[in-house]
Design a protein around this ligand. Structure first.
Ligand SMILES: [Zn+2]
Ligand SMILES: [Zn+2]
Length: 329
Protein backbone atom coordinates (compact mmCIF):
# COMPACT_ATOMS: atom_id res chain seq x y z
CA UNK A 1 0.00 0.00 0.00
CA UNK A 2 2.64 2.50 1.03
CA UNK A 3 4.50 1.53 -2.10
CA UNK A 4 1.77 3.05 -4.19
CA UNK A 5 1.96 6.38 -2.42
CA UNK A 6 5.70 6.48 -2.73
CA UNK A 7 5.49 5.49 -6.31
CA UNK A 8 2.95 8.02 -7.36
CA UNK A 9 5.11 10.79 -5.95
CA UNK A 10 8.10 9.37 -7.78
CA UNK A 11 6.30 8.97 -11.06
CA UNK A 12 4.16 12.01 -11.35
CA UNK A 13 6.84 14.62 -11.60
CA UNK A 14 4.76 17.11 -13.55
CA UNK A 15 1.33 18.43 -12.73
CA UNK A 16 -1.54 19.28 -15.02
CA UNK A 17 -1.36 16.32 -17.34
CA UNK A 18 -4.96 15.36 -16.66
CA UNK A 19 -6.36 17.65 -19.33
CA UNK A 20 -4.82 15.43 -21.97
CA UNK A 21 -6.95 12.50 -20.86
CA UNK A 22 -9.89 12.93 -23.20
CA UNK A 23 -7.77 13.52 -26.25
CA UNK A 24 -5.53 10.63 -25.35
CA UNK A 25 -8.42 8.24 -25.03
CA UNK A 26 -9.78 9.51 -28.32
CA UNK A 27 -6.42 9.02 -29.93
CA UNK A 28 -6.23 5.50 -28.56
CA UNK A 29 -9.55 4.64 -30.12
CA UNK A 30 -8.59 6.22 -33.39
CA UNK A 31 -5.51 4.03 -33.55
CA UNK A 32 -7.86 1.14 -34.10
CA UNK A 33 -10.47 2.81 -36.22
CA UNK A 34 -8.77 5.55 -38.23
CA UNK A 35 -9.61 5.52 -41.90
CA UNK A 36 -6.84 3.80 -43.80
CA UNK A 37 -4.45 6.24 -45.38
CA UNK A 38 -3.47 5.55 -48.96
CA UNK A 39 -0.08 3.97 -49.32
CA UNK A 40 2.44 6.59 -50.34
CA UNK A 41 3.30 6.58 -54.02
CA UNK A 42 6.61 5.17 -55.03
CA UNK A 43 6.88 2.61 -52.27
CA UNK A 44 7.00 -0.34 -54.60
CA UNK A 45 9.34 -2.97 -53.26
CA UNK A 46 7.67 -2.87 -49.88
CA UNK A 47 4.33 -4.60 -49.66
CA UNK A 48 3.89 -3.29 -46.15
CA UNK A 49 1.65 -0.38 -47.10
CA UNK A 50 3.78 1.55 -44.63
CA UNK A 51 1.85 0.26 -41.66
CA UNK A 52 1.67 -2.42 -39.01
CA UNK A 53 -1.61 -3.84 -37.74
CA UNK A 54 -1.19 -5.10 -34.18
CA UNK A 55 -3.59 -7.25 -32.17
CA UNK A 56 -2.88 -7.56 -28.45
CA UNK A 57 -2.76 -11.14 -27.14
CA UNK A 58 -2.58 -10.18 -23.47
CA UNK A 59 0.57 -10.07 -21.29
CA UNK A 60 3.23 -8.72 -23.69
CA UNK A 61 1.93 -10.74 -26.62
CA UNK A 62 1.20 -9.35 -30.07
CA UNK A 63 0.12 -10.60 -33.45
CA UNK A 64 1.54 -8.16 -35.98
CA UNK A 65 0.63 -7.98 -39.65
CA UNK A 66 2.91 -6.09 -42.00
CA UNK A 67 1.72 -6.42 -45.58
CA UNK A 68 1.33 -10.15 -46.16
CA UNK A 69 3.83 -10.99 -43.41
CA UNK A 70 2.79 -11.95 -39.94
CA UNK A 71 4.92 -12.08 -36.83
CA UNK A 72 4.21 -12.79 -33.20
CA UNK A 73 5.80 -11.31 -30.11
CA UNK A 74 5.65 -13.29 -26.83
CA UNK A 75 2.44 -15.14 -27.75
CA UNK A 76 0.98 -16.67 -24.59
CA UNK A 77 -2.55 -17.70 -25.40
CA UNK A 78 -3.13 -20.81 -23.26
CA UNK A 79 -3.15 -18.84 -19.98
CA UNK A 80 -3.31 -21.78 -17.56
CA UNK A 81 -3.62 -21.17 -13.79
CA UNK A 82 -0.55 -21.34 -11.54
CA UNK A 83 -2.06 -19.86 -8.38
CA UNK A 84 -0.65 -16.41 -9.14
CA UNK A 85 -4.05 -14.78 -9.42
CA UNK A 86 -6.36 -17.19 -7.61
CA UNK A 87 -7.76 -15.99 -4.31
CA UNK A 88 -6.66 -18.23 -1.44
CA UNK A 89 -4.23 -20.22 -3.56
CA UNK A 90 -0.46 -20.27 -3.56
CA UNK A 91 1.75 -20.00 -6.59
CA UNK A 92 2.72 -23.52 -7.67
CA UNK A 93 6.13 -23.55 -9.30
CA UNK A 94 5.59 -27.17 -10.30
CA UNK A 95 2.58 -26.31 -12.48
CA UNK A 96 2.69 -28.46 -15.62
CA UNK A 97 3.21 -26.81 -18.98
CA UNK A 98 0.08 -27.27 -21.06
CA UNK A 99 -1.05 -25.94 -24.44
CA UNK A 100 -4.64 -25.23 -25.41
CA UNK A 101 -3.94 -26.21 -29.00
CA UNK A 102 -7.35 -25.31 -30.42
CA UNK A 103 -7.30 -21.79 -29.01
CA UNK A 104 -3.64 -21.22 -29.80
CA UNK A 105 -4.07 -22.41 -33.40
CA UNK A 106 -7.12 -20.20 -33.91
CA UNK A 107 -5.45 -17.04 -32.58
CA UNK A 108 -1.79 -17.48 -33.54
CA UNK A 109 -2.54 -17.65 -37.26
CA UNK A 110 0.34 -18.44 -39.57
CA UNK A 111 3.35 -16.45 -38.40
CA UNK A 112 6.66 -16.45 -40.21
CA UNK A 113 8.57 -15.26 -37.16
CA UNK A 114 8.07 -15.42 -33.39
CA UNK A 115 10.06 -12.93 -31.32
CA UNK A 116 10.56 -14.03 -27.71
CA UNK A 117 11.72 -11.48 -25.12
CA UNK A 118 12.51 -14.13 -22.50
CA UNK A 119 11.70 -17.70 -21.72
CA UNK A 120 9.31 -17.52 -18.75
CA UNK A 121 6.15 -19.54 -19.40
CA UNK A 122 3.92 -16.49 -19.85
CA UNK A 123 6.05 -15.48 -22.87
CA UNK A 124 7.44 -18.74 -24.22
CA UNK A 125 5.00 -21.44 -23.09
CA UNK A 126 3.05 -21.65 -26.37
CA UNK A 127 6.00 -20.92 -28.65
CA UNK A 128 7.23 -24.49 -29.23
CA UNK A 129 3.72 -25.57 -30.23
CA UNK A 130 3.34 -22.60 -32.58
CA UNK A 131 6.77 -23.12 -34.11
CA UNK A 132 6.37 -26.86 -34.64
CA UNK A 133 2.87 -26.58 -36.11
CA UNK A 134 3.41 -23.52 -38.35
CA UNK A 135 7.11 -23.72 -39.16
CA UNK A 136 7.67 -20.23 -37.77
CA UNK A 137 11.17 -19.10 -36.93
CA UNK A 138 11.88 -18.52 -33.23
CA UNK A 139 14.11 -15.53 -32.49
CA UNK A 140 15.30 -15.26 -28.89
CA UNK A 141 18.12 -15.71 -26.42
CA UNK A 142 20.37 -18.76 -26.38
CA UNK A 143 18.26 -20.02 -23.49
CA UNK A 144 15.04 -19.57 -25.43
CA UNK A 145 16.56 -21.40 -28.38
CA UNK A 146 17.91 -24.27 -26.28
CA UNK A 147 14.52 -24.72 -24.61
CA UNK A 148 12.85 -24.61 -28.03
CA UNK A 149 15.21 -27.30 -29.31
CA UNK A 150 14.33 -29.47 -26.31
CA UNK A 151 10.68 -29.01 -27.23
CA UNK A 152 11.10 -30.28 -30.80
CA UNK A 153 11.63 -27.03 -32.71
CA UNK A 154 14.14 -27.88 -35.47
CA UNK A 155 17.61 -26.33 -35.39
CA UNK A 156 17.00 -24.58 -38.70
CA UNK A 157 14.09 -22.69 -37.13
CA UNK A 158 15.79 -21.26 -34.04
CA UNK A 159 17.77 -18.02 -34.28
CA UNK A 160 19.75 -17.14 -31.16
CA UNK A 161 20.41 -13.43 -30.70
CA UNK A 162 22.05 -11.31 -28.02
CA UNK A 163 21.20 -7.69 -28.74
CA UNK A 164 22.60 -5.42 -31.45
CA UNK A 165 21.52 -7.58 -34.39
CA UNK A 166 19.45 -5.97 -37.15
CA UNK A 167 17.59 -8.76 -38.94
CA UNK A 168 16.09 -8.14 -42.38
CA UNK A 169 12.79 -9.92 -43.06
CA UNK A 170 11.97 -8.07 -46.27
CA UNK A 171 8.98 -5.91 -45.45
CA UNK A 172 10.37 -5.17 -42.01
CA UNK A 173 13.52 -5.30 -39.94
CA UNK A 174 13.99 -6.37 -36.33
CA UNK A 175 16.63 -4.69 -34.22
CA UNK A 176 17.40 -6.78 -31.15
CA UNK A 177 17.98 -4.82 -27.95
CA UNK A 178 19.66 -6.25 -24.85
CA UNK A 179 17.23 -5.60 -22.01
CA UNK A 180 16.38 -6.62 -18.45
CA UNK A 181 13.69 -8.48 -16.56
CA UNK A 182 11.30 -6.86 -14.09
CA UNK A 183 12.14 -6.75 -10.40
CA UNK A 184 9.98 -8.43 -7.80
CA UNK A 185 9.71 -7.09 -4.23
CA UNK A 186 13.00 -8.82 -3.37
CA UNK A 187 14.78 -7.05 -6.24
CA UNK A 188 14.86 -10.43 -7.96
CA UNK A 189 12.67 -12.46 -10.31
CA UNK A 190 10.99 -15.84 -10.69
CA UNK A 191 13.15 -18.64 -12.07
CA UNK A 192 16.40 -16.76 -12.76
CA UNK A 193 19.08 -18.54 -14.74
CA UNK A 194 20.07 -19.62 -18.22
CA UNK A 195 20.28 -22.79 -20.28
CA UNK A 196 23.48 -22.61 -22.25
CA UNK A 197 22.98 -26.11 -23.63
CA UNK A 198 19.95 -27.95 -24.86
CA UNK A 199 18.29 -29.59 -21.81
CA UNK A 200 18.54 -33.37 -21.84
CA UNK A 201 14.87 -33.75 -21.01
CA UNK A 202 11.87 -31.87 -22.32
CA UNK A 203 10.78 -29.02 -20.01
CA UNK A 204 7.63 -30.15 -18.20
CA UNK A 205 6.85 -27.50 -15.57
CA UNK A 206 6.95 -23.71 -15.45
CA UNK A 207 10.10 -23.95 -13.29
CA UNK A 208 11.81 -25.69 -16.20
CA UNK A 209 11.60 -22.41 -18.16
CA UNK A 210 14.10 -19.98 -16.59
CA UNK A 211 14.19 -16.30 -17.50
CA UNK A 212 17.31 -16.80 -19.62
CA UNK A 213 18.11 -13.08 -19.97
CA UNK A 214 15.71 -10.60 -21.52
CA UNK A 215 15.57 -8.85 -24.86
CA UNK A 216 13.46 -6.11 -26.40
CA UNK A 217 12.78 -5.72 -30.12
CA UNK A 218 12.41 -2.74 -32.40
CA UNK A 219 10.41 -3.68 -35.49
CA UNK A 220 10.70 -1.17 -38.32
CA UNK A 221 8.26 -1.35 -41.19
CA UNK A 222 9.58 -0.55 -44.67
CA UNK A 223 8.37 3.00 -45.42
CA UNK A 224 6.49 2.88 -42.16
CA UNK A 225 6.68 3.20 -38.41
CA UNK A 226 9.11 1.74 -35.91
CA UNK A 227 7.61 -0.18 -33.02
CA UNK A 228 9.44 -1.00 -29.79
CA UNK A 229 8.27 -4.18 -28.01
CA UNK A 230 9.06 -4.88 -24.35
CA UNK A 231 8.29 -8.09 -22.50
CA UNK A 232 9.34 -7.11 -19.00
CA UNK A 233 9.51 -3.87 -17.08
CA UNK A 234 13.17 -3.00 -16.92
CA UNK A 235 15.69 -1.87 -19.49
CA UNK A 236 19.31 -0.87 -20.07
CA UNK A 237 19.04 2.87 -20.49
CA UNK A 238 22.13 3.16 -22.65
CA UNK A 239 20.97 0.41 -25.02
CA UNK A 240 17.95 2.48 -26.00
CA UNK A 241 19.93 5.47 -27.20
CA UNK A 242 18.96 6.48 -30.72
CA UNK A 243 16.10 3.99 -31.13
CA UNK A 244 13.50 6.78 -30.97
CA UNK A 245 10.55 4.51 -31.88
CA UNK A 246 7.27 5.92 -33.18
CA UNK A 247 5.32 3.50 -31.01
CA UNK A 248 6.40 1.79 -27.79
CA UNK A 249 4.71 -1.18 -26.15
CA UNK A 250 5.66 -0.52 -22.53
CA UNK A 251 5.51 -3.27 -19.93
CA UNK A 252 3.80 -2.29 -16.70
CA UNK A 253 6.02 -2.57 -13.60
CA UNK A 254 4.71 -4.84 -10.88
CA UNK A 255 6.77 -3.17 -8.17
CA UNK A 256 8.57 0.07 -7.45
CA UNK A 257 12.00 -1.53 -7.32
CA UNK A 258 13.20 -0.01 -10.58
CA UNK A 259 14.10 3.61 -10.00
CA UNK A 260 11.98 6.18 -11.88
CA UNK A 261 10.87 3.54 -14.37
CA UNK A 262 8.50 5.57 -16.51
CA UNK A 263 10.44 8.87 -16.63
CA UNK A 264 13.75 7.18 -17.41
CA UNK A 265 12.21 4.92 -20.02
CA UNK A 266 10.29 7.67 -21.77
CA UNK A 267 13.38 9.88 -21.89
CA UNK A 268 15.56 7.03 -23.17
CA UNK A 269 13.06 6.32 -25.96
CA UNK A 270 12.89 10.03 -26.91
CA UNK A 271 9.23 10.22 -25.88
CA UNK A 272 7.46 8.12 -28.51
CA UNK A 273 4.34 9.64 -30.03
CA UNK A 274 2.31 6.59 -29.05
CA UNK A 275 2.62 4.31 -26.05
CA UNK A 276 0.66 1.09 -25.60
CA UNK A 277 0.62 -0.40 -22.08
CA UNK A 278 1.11 -4.16 -21.82
CA UNK A 279 1.60 -6.90 -19.21
CA UNK A 280 -0.83 -5.33 -16.73
CA UNK A 281 -3.52 -7.98 -17.07
CA UNK A 282 -4.41 -11.18 -15.23
CA UNK A 283 -2.97 -13.69 -17.69
CA UNK A 284 -4.59 -16.76 -16.16
CA UNK A 285 -8.14 -16.17 -17.40
CA UNK A 286 -9.34 -16.50 -21.00
CA UNK A 287 -8.68 -13.78 -23.56
CA UNK A 288 -12.05 -12.06 -23.13
CA UNK A 289 -12.67 -8.33 -23.03
CA UNK A 290 -12.57 -6.34 -20.92
CA UNK A 291 -9.15 -7.52 -19.72
CA UNK A 292 -8.98 -8.06 -15.97
CA UNK A 293 -6.11 -6.08 -14.42
CA UNK A 294 -3.53 -7.82 -12.29
CA UNK A 295 -4.59 -6.33 -8.97
CA UNK A 296 -1.31 -7.21 -7.26
CA UNK A 297 0.62 -4.68 -9.33
CA UNK A 298 1.92 -1.43 -7.90
CA UNK A 299 -0.09 0.67 -10.39
CA UNK A 300 -3.31 0.52 -12.31
CA UNK A 301 -3.05 0.94 -16.07
CA UNK A 302 -4.68 4.33 -15.67
CA UNK A 303 -2.04 5.44 -13.18
CA UNK A 304 0.67 4.31 -15.57
CA UNK A 305 -0.95 6.18 -18.42
CA UNK A 306 -0.98 9.29 -16.25
CA UNK A 307 2.68 8.75 -15.44
CA UNK A 308 3.54 8.54 -19.14
CA UNK A 309 1.60 11.71 -19.91
CA UNK A 310 3.20 13.51 -17.01
CA UNK A 311 6.59 13.00 -18.66
CA UNK A 312 5.38 13.48 -22.22
CA UNK A 313 2.00 15.27 -22.50
CA UNK A 314 2.01 14.97 -26.31
CA UNK A 315 2.22 11.17 -26.21
CA UNK A 316 -0.98 9.26 -26.98
CA UNK A 317 -1.40 6.42 -24.49
CA UNK A 318 -3.40 3.33 -25.42
CA UNK A 319 -4.68 0.84 -22.85
CA UNK A 320 -5.43 -1.96 -25.27
CA UNK A 321 -8.16 -4.57 -25.40
CA UNK A 322 -7.60 -8.17 -26.42
CA UNK A 323 -7.65 -9.22 -30.07
CA UNK A 324 -8.40 -5.69 -31.22
CA UNK A 325 -6.57 -4.30 -34.21
CA UNK A 326 -4.47 -1.20 -33.66
CA UNK A 327 -3.04 0.21 -36.87
CA UNK A 328 0.18 2.20 -36.73
CA UNK A 329 1.60 4.09 -39.65
ZN1 LIG B 1 9.24 -12.94 -16.90
ZN1 LIG C 1 5.81 -11.99 -17.90
Amino acid sequence: MSENGFNRRGFLRAAGAGTALASVLGAGASAAHAAPAPAPAGTAGSGSGGRAVCDWLGTSGWRVRIGSAQLLVDPYITRFPTGLFQEGEEFDSKTSLTVDAATVDRIAGDPGVVLVTHSHWDHFGDVPHIATTTGARVVGTATTCNLALAMDVPTSKVSPVKGGEVLDFGDYTVEVVGSLHSRNPNYSMAFPGVRLERPATRPATIADLPEGDTLAFQVTVGNGPSLFFMGASDFVERNLEGLAPDVAMLAAPSTTRTHEYVPRLMEALDKPRKVVLVHWDNFEVPLENPPKPDTTMAFTPQELADAVRAVSPQTEVVIPEYLTSYTFR
